[in-house]
Design a protein around this ligand. Structure first.
Ligand SMILES: C[S@@+](CC[C@H](N)C(=O)[O-])C[C@H]1O[C@@H](n2cnc3c(N)ncnc32)[C@H](O)[C@@H]1O
Length: 210
């Protein structure tokens, strides 16, 4: 096998589920690279101080920290299936966890451990492209979103992915229009996408309401 393709597959798997020492390195890299895309995602979310907010696939926990800052009277929950990312995000958000402003959980987006209608806002950053059958995860998001609540999923556009990523069996390339259709099929209303141009890459967010 070509060593370069082995490397890209290994990196893709680590991005899908960071594990071990390599996973910690991936977590550090994500924390350094995600500021602009988090800022764009939050500009779409329009979080209110008393909102209850859920992040899916929080990685190193930078988005969780920003959601905490924006919800002085609210509550933040996060779920991620990586033990390594849970530990990193817990360290990053230690104080807010102690103050019961945040609860971080190890788990899968396809089976969210929350009551129906729990959240005003749900977001994720660079997670949706790992889901081969996203209607399951979207149905769970819709279930736990309050009526009139807002969901925002940000993704780096496939044209800006690292070379070889689209050829791995982990990353699924979808255009914004395809994701908009999936949101609508899952029952979200007012579905739209917004494009983001950063210095070194292009991204987009898909938004919908319940
Ligand atoms: C590429 S990282 C992005 C992390 C973070 N959102 C950021 O932008 O820095 C993807 C994250 O989503 C998590 N993840 C992927 N699929 C998941 C699923 N089905 N349920 C829960 N977490 C998931 C991974 O463990 C990883 O932490």
């Amino acid at each position: 096998m070509d060593p370069a393709s082995t490397d890209v597959n290994a990196l893709a798997r680590q991005l899908y589920k960071p594990e071990g020492v390599a996973g910690e390195e991936v977590g550090k890299m994500l924390a350094q690279r995600n500021a602009d895309q988090n800022a764009f995602t939050f500009s779409c979310l329009q979080i209110e101080p008393a909102d209850h907010v859920l992040e899916i696939g929080f990685g190193p926990g930078e988005g969780i920290a920003e959601a905490v800052r924006l919800t002085p009277q609210g509550y933040v929950a996060g779920i991620d299936h990586s033990d390594a990312m849970l530990k990193m995000a817990q360290e990053r958000n230690h104080r807010a966890i102690m103050e019961e402003h945040v609860e971080l959980t190890l788990g899968d987006a396809a089976a969210l451990p929350y009551e129906d209608e729990s959240f005003d806002k749900i977001f994720s950053v660079n997670v949706f492209h790992f889901w081969p059958e996203p209607l399951r995860e979207l149905a769970e998001c819709r279930r736990v979103l309050k009526t009139s609540g807002l969901i925002v999923f940000f993704l780096t556009h496939p044209s800006s992915w690292l070379p070889g990523m689209a050829g791995t069996d982990v990353f699924i390339a979808r255009e914004p229009e395809e994701i908009e259709k999936l949101f609508a099929r899952a029952g979200f209303r007012n579905v739209e996408s917004r494009t983001a141009m950063f210095e070194d890459r292009k991204g987009f967010a898909v938004l919908g309401t319940k």
